[in-house]
Write a protein that binds this ligand. Structure first.
Ligand SMILES: Nc1ncnc2c1ncn2[C@@H]1O[C@H](COP(=O)(O)OP(=O)(O)OP(=O)(O)O)[C@@H](O)[C@H]1O
Length: 268
């Protein structure tokens, strides 16, 4: 479903290479976790695939979603695919919705526009998708500020599902959330994968989140992919020093967390 080949991103004016020679393939229903330090190029890889690079940057190589190379796709084609084929979940759920309108009004408007549904059918679809995300129908009457960040993230996921996204690109979807909301959002992603076989790319610096979902891992450092492979292999036998560091820190964090909870045995 997704195939990136030798993708590089340059600063158009200076020619400076920011992301260098990244490639991966992702089959339908699988999940890729992209991890790495801040500024390592994780977001730019996603933006290349979404056809959404900032104007100052230019991509080379190939970034296929199905048979469409998003690097060369016409802006209208890329926009259409972002509306339906590819869903995006961003770090700040509040910014995804208009604070002046209820979630229901925004769902209905989007479904009428993108799916050509009547008002009633759009409402019914909204309620159905919210229920799939374990959210009550009353959310339709709520304004964004009345919901927690985790609930808003789940609303975003509900929206992308209703638009029949085949691929969901989630960039740090849990970073801005507290622990309980983080867990609920990750659980929703997990259920999506199991029940609906949605293909997922999750970007995170939280190895725990990635470990819960990903089949494959891509480790980025300084704009380069330093390690890639099956999640189990990367976690259990990391080859690159930077990946070892990430895994060690993750283990230390988990142990600290369990000690804080008064738990006995630590495991990652
Ligand atoms: N519009 C832009 N113009 C110039 N450089 C940019 C632009 N956008 C991003 N960059 C640079 O590209 C590099 C990679 O950025 P990117 O946002 O992909 O990192 P990231 O790994 O997603 O980081 P984070 O985890 O902090 O989101 C950074 O050094 C950043 O400064």
């Amino acid at each position: 479903m997704v195939r990136l080949e030798q993708v590089s991103v340059r600063h158009a004016a200076t020619g400076r290479v920011i992301v260098s020679d990244v490639g991966f393939t992702l089959a339908r229903g699988r999940c890729l976790g992209i991890v790495g330090e801040s500024g390592s190029g994780k977001t730019l890889i996603c933006r290349t695939l979404l056809g959404l690079l900032p104007p100052a940057l230019a991509a080379e190589g190939q970034a296929f979603f199905g048979d469409i190379d998003m690097i060369r796709a016409a802006p209208e084609t890329a926009r259409r695919l972002r509306g339906t084929g590819i869903g995006t979940i961003l770090q700040q759920p509040m910014s995804a919705f208009d604070p002046l309108y209820t979630l229901g009004a925004q769902f209905v408007e989007t479904f009428r526009d993108k799916l050509g549904l009547s008002k009633e059918a759009a409402r019914a679809l909204g309620r159905e998708k919210l229920a799939q995300m374990n959210l009550p129908a009353t959310v339709m009457r709520s304004y964004p500020h009345q919901l927690s960040g985790g609930m808003l993230q789940r609303c975003m996921i509900a929206l992308t599902l209703a638009l029949k996204a085949k691929l969901i690109v989630a960039d740090e979807p849990t970073t801005a959330l507290d622990a309980q909301n983080q867990f609920q959002v990750l659980e929703c992603f997990r259920q999506l994968r199991e029940r609906l076989h949605v293909t997922l790319i999750i970007v995170s610096h939280d190895l725990g989140a990635v470990q819960m979902l990903a089949d494959h891992i891509l480790v980025m450092e300084g704009g380069r992919c330093v390690e890639a492979g099956e999640a189990k292999t990367v976690f259990n036998a990391p080859q690159h020093e930077y990946t070892r560091y990430l895994v060690r820190t993750r283990l230390a964090l988990t142990r600290g967390f369990q000690r804080a909870l008064g738990g006995g045995h630590a495991s990652a």
